[in-house]
Write a protein that binds this ligand. Sequence first.
Ligand code: 5GP
Ligand code: ZN
Length: 137
Amino acid sequence: MAADPDCLFCKIVAGDIPATRVYEDERTIAFMDINPGTRGHLLVVPREHAVDLLSVAPEDLAACTRTAQIMAARVSDKLGADGVNLLNSCGAAAWQTVFHFHVHVIPRYVNDPLQLPWQPAPGDRDEIAAAAARLSE
Ligand code: 5GP
Ligand code: ZN
C-alpha cells in the first residue's frame, strides 16, 4: 500500500513531520514516542503504510519484530533497562490511536510505575475451553 497522506506515521517516515529517529533499515524505522511510558519508550513502524496487525504485510511484521528485538537489546545495554515490554494495539477497542501499524518498545525498570492493566485471576474453565475450541477450528 502507498503512503496515506492523512497518516501521521507516514509523514514521520517521509520526514515531513519531525521525529527523533534512533534506527532505520530498508523496511522499518524506530523513533522515540513523544509520550513515553518509561525512559526510552520508542516505536517501530514499517515504512509501508498498513493500518494494523491484521493488515500489515508478513514481511513487514517480521522486519518490525526484528527491529524491536534490536531495540530491546539497545535499551537494555545503553539505558540499563531491567526488562522490556513489546506492545501492539490492534483496533480502537485495544487502545490503538494511530492507525499505522507500530510496535511499542517499552523499557522496564525495577520499581517503575507501570502496572498490568488487568487483575490476573483464574478464568471460567468452560469459557476457556469453549474459546479454545473455536480458536482450534
Ligand atoms: P497507540 O496508541 O496507537 O498504540 O500508539 C500511538 C503512540 O504514538 C502513542 O504512544 C503516542 O504517544 C505516539 N505518538 C502520537 N503522536 C506522535 C507524534 O507526533 N510523534 C511521536 N514520536 N509519537 C507520537
Ligand atoms: Zn501510515
